[in-house]
Every structure is written in C-alpha cells, then in structure tokens.
Design a protein around this ligand. Structure first.
Ligand code: SAH
Length: 243
C-alpha cells in the first residue's frame, strides 16, 4: 500500500517557528526529504528509524534536478512510508511545492500540505518590520529576484508604480540592478529599504538604507544570501538597530 507525502513548511529558520502540525508530521516520519535552508535542529526531531535525505544544493553548486526530487518522493511513498518533504518557509512560496504536489497527484500518491511561516512575512517580522501598516502600506507584493532561463520575469515599470511594500526573495546577486530598475521607472530614490540576512536565526543581520544606497551599504556590510530585500516606508519602522 502506498504511503503518503506531507509537504511541510519549516518556517524561516528558528526551529520554534515550525507549526505544531509540522512538528507532529516530523516526529512520525519514516523519511524526511529536506532542503538546504532547513535548520538542522529540526531534523533532530525525526524518529531514530527515519531515513534523512538531503536534496539541498551541493558544494559544487549543482542542485539536484526537480525531476529527481519528485522521483525520490514517489519512490519513498511507494515503499509505504510516511514521507515529510521539509521546505524552508512556506512550501508554496517559491519553494516548488506546487510542482511536487502536481507530480505526486499524477503518480496517485496521497499528499497533504502543512503551511509554514514564510520568510517573506515572518522573517521581516523577526527584524521588526511590519509588512503592512495602515499609515504606510496597504498592500504587499512578494517577488522573486531569480532569472528564469536568463530572462527577467518582471515588468519593473509596473512594480515601480506600486505603493505597497515590495519584498524580494532570491534577489541578492541582482540587488544593485533591482534598485536601479525601480528608480529608473519612477520609485523615489529615498524610499526606505532594507536587507535582512538569516532572518530569525541567532546570526540575523540587517542593513537599513534607501533605495539608492541599499546595494552599496549591504555589500559593504557583507550581506549575502539567504536574505530578504524589502522596499517601502515600513522598512524604516524596524525595531532593531541597523548595522
Ligand atoms: N519557501 C521559502 C522561500 C524559498 S526561496 C519561504 O517561504 O520563505 C529562498 C529565498 O527565501 C532565499 O533566497 C531568501 O531570499 C529567502 N529566505 C528564506 N529563508 C530566509 C531567512 N531565514 N532569512 C532571509 N531570507 C530568507
């Protein structure tokens, strides 16, 4: 009889930010298939018999192809196991959770999703930045900085006109270009902007600047992935000290 796959969000990093439901799945798992951004402290919660399968990026920067990850999930559940697919943040926010759920459905494997706290909202909260605020932002927009097949998926003219908070994930390698695009298309160069690295981890760091100074300041402070980029008035509300 086929087992089941639980697509579980691990939260932004601090192991206490997984949900009770996610922890429950983890403690009952026969196999855990996990990503690079998952805190190792959480993995220790799996039972002794549980097989731990690392599908995070390798040292040589070649990620395991998504097809292979799908195949591992199907294979493990096919053995009758309770499989936890543990992903950073929320499984359906830039985590390819949707693709995995589709592949499992096609293979006839039962699958349930356990949402997680996304870094895009909860990570900012841990840095004292409210993603919305009645006085400053009545919407927020979460976008990827990642190029797909070398192409930029965004219409920066439209994004620059939005009044809400802009949160950019996977954007650090293109930070200077992103800020430049927004300014070129009309967003005020003095708009408050921040980078939050390793949000919710003990080694969390942040740089608070403006759209025109953010790239240089965060480079000087040595901030790199995994980081959140946040653009909008709410960034200036950070309750923590900037570097
Ligand atoms: N599903 C995840 C996002 C996966 S994409 C979520 O909901 O949070 C990976 C990107 O998320 C990273 O490149 C980074 O931009 C962001 N990210 C995830 N965890 C983070 C953390 N603890 N601190 C800062 N950024 C984080």
């Amino acid at each position: 009889m086929s087992g089941k796959v639980w697509l579980v969000g691990a939260g932004p990093g601090d192991p206490r930010l997984i949900t009770l439901m996610g922890m429950d799945c983890l403690r009952r798992a026969d196999a855990v298939v996990y990503d690079r951004l998952v805190n190792p402290l959480l993995l220790a919660e799996a039972p002794a018999h549980c097989e731990m399968i690392d599908v995070g990026k390798r040292a040589d920067h070649h990620p395991i192809p998504q097809d292979r990850i799908n195949a591992i999930l199907i294979e493990q559940a096919g053995m009758g196991r309770e499989v936890v697919r543990l992903k950073g943040g929320d499984p359906f926010v830039f985590g390819r959770g949707g693709e995995e759920a589709e592949a499992l459905a096609r293979a006839g494997i039962p699958c349930e999703v356990v949402p997680g706290i996304t870094s895009a909202i909860g990570g900012l909260a841990r840095a004292g930045i409210p993603v919305t605020h009645r006085d400053f932002a009545s919407s927020f927009h979460v976008i990827t900085g990642h190029l797909r097949d070398g192409k930029d998926p965004h219409n920066w003219r439209v994004l620059a006109q939005l009044e809400g908070t802009l949160v950019i994930l996977m954007g650090m390698s293109r930070l200077a270009e992103i800020c430049r695009q927004l300014i070129t298309h009309g967003r005020d160069a003095d708009t408050p902007a921040a980078v939050v690295m390793n949000a919710s981890h003990p080694e969390q760091r942040m740089v608070l600047a403006t759209l025109s100074t953010l790239a240089e300041r965060s480079a000087r402070a040595g901030l790199a992935a995994p980081s959140l980029i946040v653009i909008g008035e709410v960034a200036s509300l950070s309750l923590l000290q900037s570097l």
